[in-house]
Ligand binder design. Structure first.
Ligand code: FAD
Length: 307
């Protein structure tokens, strides 16, 4: 379903993110995890894209499997770094033929072994170039929906590391939206004030599209460190770190603290008119299910009614 229709039918939206596993067996397990989450009635499921290249085909395959084998609506991520125009065109063509309704258009980061990668010769230097290309593709009428693909873009409540000037950064985000993005999904954050402030700054800049809040529960001490890597520059509140320190390394308690923290974030976001919550699941369904249970609801529909 086109994202504009998803927002019309479900506000706030509740969505889950998965990454493509490396083996067929792991992919089967993941499809099982998606089936387990079906009862939560997600508004959509998003599938990440390996900017490095290794898992790109797997994103495509997984998206199509979710579309075919489950009741969930998959949204593929697409990063433009190191892609030629022909490659992007082929990918869009295939998704259009399969009836995939939306794409999350991203810049992507250079793989670790190519840290000095120079993007100046890339056909697509920034996500905005991809947004523009998808908009042009939409005009060709290849997509079964006359509007073409719905387009999402990334937003960074605490700022993106490569643009230290926060005013300029919002201008770049506004440009992506003005070029054709229908919605924004944020990087994970642990302090809702960062999200509310970002949302206010977007509105002040004239960005009116829905902004979906990215939530990732801490489920282990190792996971916490990994989140610091994934979301460079993210602020880890002392209150959360103190709560984790009190667990004295007992991972079952770390998990409880993390899920509780994420639950409180969600409760507060729901009380403050969030337009969508996106759960970074790390391919597991349990923590997300626990958050729903803590919120006292069986599925996303019940959360919608309460908003
Ligand atoms: C919700 C979400 C999902 C993600 N999914 C994936 C994924 O599946 N695969 C993956 O590899 N990565 C993913 N990422 C990571 C993302 O690709 C990186 O964080 C990347 O560095 C930024 O992506 P972007 O789309 O914001 O890029 P861009 O919009 O291109 O921005 C990148 C940087 O360039 C700056 N910029 C933007 N436009 C201009 C301009 N015109 N001139 C100069 N500077 C400019 C921005 O301010 C920013 O600092 C995801 C991130 C988020 C928040």
């Amino acid at each position: 379903m086109h994202i504009q229709d998803i927002f019309k039918q479900h506000t706030p939206t509740f969505s889950f993110e998965f990454f493509p596993p490396k083996t067929d067996e792991a992919e089967d397990q993941l499809i099982q995890a998606v089936h387990e989450l079906e009862e939560l009635i997600p508004s959509f499921i998003s599938v990440t894209y390996g900017a490095g290249g290794a898992t790109r085909q797997r994103t495509h395959d997984l998206v199509l499997r979710i579309q075919r084998e489950t009741s969930c609506d998959p949204i593929p991520h697409l990063t433009c770094i190191r892609h030629t125009e022909r490659e992007i065109s082929d990918i869009l063509q295939r998704y259009a033929e399969a009836g995939i309704s939306n794409i999350l258009a991203l810049g992507g980061d250079a793989p670790r072994d190519l840290v000095d990668y120079d993007r100046s010769r890339d056909r697509f230097r920034h996500a905005i170039d991809l947004v523009r290309y998808i908009k042009d593709f939409n005009e060709t009428g290849v997509h079964p929906d006359p509007r073409g693909f719905g387009i999402g873009v990334a937003g960074f409540p605490e700022g993106h590391p490569s643009t230290p000037n926060r005013l300029l950064e919002i201008d770049y985000l506004k440009a992506k939206v003005d070029t054709g993005a229908d919605y924004i999904v944020t990087q994970l954050f642990f302090d809702n004030h960062d999200f509310y402030d970002f949302r206010d700054r977007c509105r002040l800049a004239g960005i009116q599209v829905p902004i979906i809040a990215g939530i990732m529960p801490v489920t282990s001490s190792k996971g916490l460190m990994r989140m610091g890597e994934l979301a460079l520059g993210a602020h880890f509140p002392a209150k959360l770190l103190r709560a984790i320190a009190r667990c004295h390394g007992d991972e079952s308690y770390v998990r409880k603290v993390g899920v509780q923290w994420a639950t409180e974030q969600c409760r507060d976001l729901l009380d403050n008119e969030v337009q969508g919550i996106h759960f970074y699941t790390l391919n597991r369904s349990t923590a997300t299910r626990e958050i729903y249970a803590n919120l006292g609801v069986k599925n996303s529909k019940m959360l919608e009614k309460q908003s």
